[in-house]
Design a protein around this ligand. Structure first.
Ligand code: HEM
Length: 507
């Protein structure tokens, strides 16, 4: 038997030769890729310290393990207000606390005004549009146009307040149809809030029965949730996983394509009877700008960037304001004494029948304090929108190279113990002075700071005040049979409450 075994050896060697030859190139390629990835994962010299990561994926796994903003605040207590994370070869720094965020976004506003060229953003908008666009001519042109149009067709017009009040009536009447029975307010708030942006962008509102528009908003907001998932962070680190036919990134791309088609058709429809240089809404104003710049080869106005900008404005305006109102309703039902206090102020300043008006806001410090506390406590956009550095820079002695991803932990600012007493307690009175007058706080930055700060802040503040006061003027809010919903937020780029039911009873 011995010689037979000995005979087999040269045969195996002969069979293994071609196999090895075939396997060698992919093995070498894999080896080269692993080495390249490990080199990418090295901290640049002088970079801030941070938690140790795993080979290849760095700290991505930690982001999936708990709420990322909470994890980051905890890490800042170990590594300092500015620390680094390795997002699978993507170098990122995290800014925690008011001082660090202000030092970068305000004191070095230009350097910190870029957006990171992450594969997800590249795939979705080619870094064009407005919200995700690189800091440069494209962003400047699109931001200026949006700010001007929002002023012209929105909050700059006296009549615009009246349009929000009209929408409030549709909203309250729709709530009335439930006659105090339990229901989920989410869809009605989403419809009412998105209609305010729709008036500016398309010059029209959509009825609450328009299922096509609602479906578009639903899948768009699903994408906001998916964009913060660990598997999408993995896609950013290893974009080649995009070829796999499964995974959350595939759902995200499918939704984005559907939203793109919907907006494309809608834009065609609302611009059908356009008269040049007589804009009726954002779409007309954009097309006018495109015409004016048609001979400029460097112009950044294009049909594609129009669709991206419209999508970004709709979702940035809807997802945020809707969630603030949903949290506000939840907290009013949770704390009936606070609800009663707001209603007392409404009755005193506005009365039971007149529509609330913005001029009354300055006479309603308690209501203002409640809305501010909801924005502080609930952290609708906990990590802001990722920034990037446009040049090499130095912060607190750390070297931050150009192109570094910058995460602004706005949650950590609103829970910064240097600026807030007992930040984990919901306490509207923190925004009132000893005379009961409203006081502004520096470390209140739900709309972020610096050049990329939210361009919808003024509109959002108008909507929040008018919708919230109209709602509490007409209804008393309570949970059905005293059942208190889960207060843990649902995770995503924005924090929203878990679905909950509410009874809205006529006062
Ligand atoms: C309560 C409501 C809102 C909150 C809490 C909020 C919060 C934010 C935050 C944190 C950012 C990131 C800023 C940064 O990159 O540092 C942002 C950006 C932005 N928001 Fe808002 N937002 C709200 C409402 C709105 C509304 C109503 C609109 C418009 C309809 C809007 C449009 C935008 C746009 C376009 C950007 C990107 C700005 C840029 O990149 O230049 N937001 N918002």
């Amino acid at each position: 038997m011995g010689p037979a075994a000995g005979d087999a050896e040269p045969e195996a060697a002969a069979g293994g030769g071609p196999w090895l030859l075939l396997a060698l190139p992919p093995l070498l390629l894999l080896f080269a890729l692993v080495v390249r990835q490990l080199l990418k994962q090295r901290r640049p010299p002088g970079f801030p310290p941070g938690p140790a990561g795993l080979p290849l994926i760095g700290n991505i796994h930690s982001l999936g393990a708990e709420q990322p903003h909470v994890y980051m605040r905890r890490q800042s207590q170990i590594h300092g207000q500015i620390f680094s994370l390795d997002l699978g070869g993507i170098s990122a720094i995290v800014l925690n606390g008011y001082d660090a965020v202000k030092e970068c976004l305000v004191h070095q506003s230009e350097i910190f005004a870029d957006r990171p060229s992450l594969p997800l953003f590249k795939k979705l908008t080619n870094m064009g549009g407005l919200l995700n666009s690189k800091y440069g001519r494209g962003w400047t042109e699109h931001r200026k146009l949006a700010v001007n149009t929002f002023r012209t067709f929105g909050y700059g017009q006296r009549s615009f307040e009246h349009k929000i009040s009209e929408e409030s009536v549709f909203f309250l009447d729709a709530i009335d149809t439930y006659k105090g029975r339990p229901f989920d307010l989410k869809h009605l708030i989403t419809n009412a809030v998105s209609n305010i942006t729709n008036l500016i962008i398309f010059g029209e509102r959509f009825t609450y029965e328009d299922t096509e528009f609602q479906h578009m908003i639903e899948i768009f907001s699903e994408n906001i949730e998916l964009a913060a998932s660990a598997s999408v962070f993995l896609y950013n680190a290893f974009p080649w996983i995009g070829i796999l036919p499964f995974g959350k990134h595939q759902q995200l791309f499918k939704n984005a394509a559907e939203v793109y088609d919907f907006l494309h058709k809608l834009i065609e429809r609302v611009s059908e009877n356009r008269k040049s240089q007589s804009p009726r809404h954002f779409i007309d104003a954009y097309l006018d700008e495109m015409d004016c710049n048609k001979n400029d080869p460097e112009s950044t106005y294009s049909r594609e960037n129009l669709i991206f900008s419209v999508g970004e404005l709709i979702i940035a305006g809807t997802e945020t304001t809707t969630n603030v109102l949903r949290w506000a309703v939840l907290f009013m039902a949770l704390y009936p004494n606070i609800q009663g206090h707001v209603q007392k102020e409404i009755d005193l300043v506005i009365g039971p029948n007149k529509m609330p008006a913005l001029e009354e806001k300055c006479k309603m410090p308690y209501t203002e304090a409640v809305l501010h506390e909801v924005l502080r406590f609930c952290n609708i956009v906990p990590l802001g929108i990722f920034h990037a550095t446009s040049k090499d820079t130095v912060v607190r002695g750390y070297s931050i190279p150009e192109g570094t991803t910058v995460i602004t932990n706005l949650y950590s600012v609103h829970f910064d113990e240097k600026y807030w007493n007992n930040p984990e307690v919901f306490f509207p009175e923190r925004f009132l002075d000893s005379n009961g007058q409203f006081v502004k706080k520096d470390a209140f930055i739900p709309f972020s700071l610096g050049r990329r700060h939210c361009l919808g802040e003024q509109l959002a503040r108008m909507e929040l005040f008018l919708f919230f006061t109209s709602l509490l003027q007409r209804f008393h809010l309570r949970f059905p049979h005293g059942g208190i919903p889960d207060l843990k937020p649902r995770l995503g780029m924005t924090l929203q409450p878990q679905p909950y039911l509410i009874c809205a009873e006529r006062r």
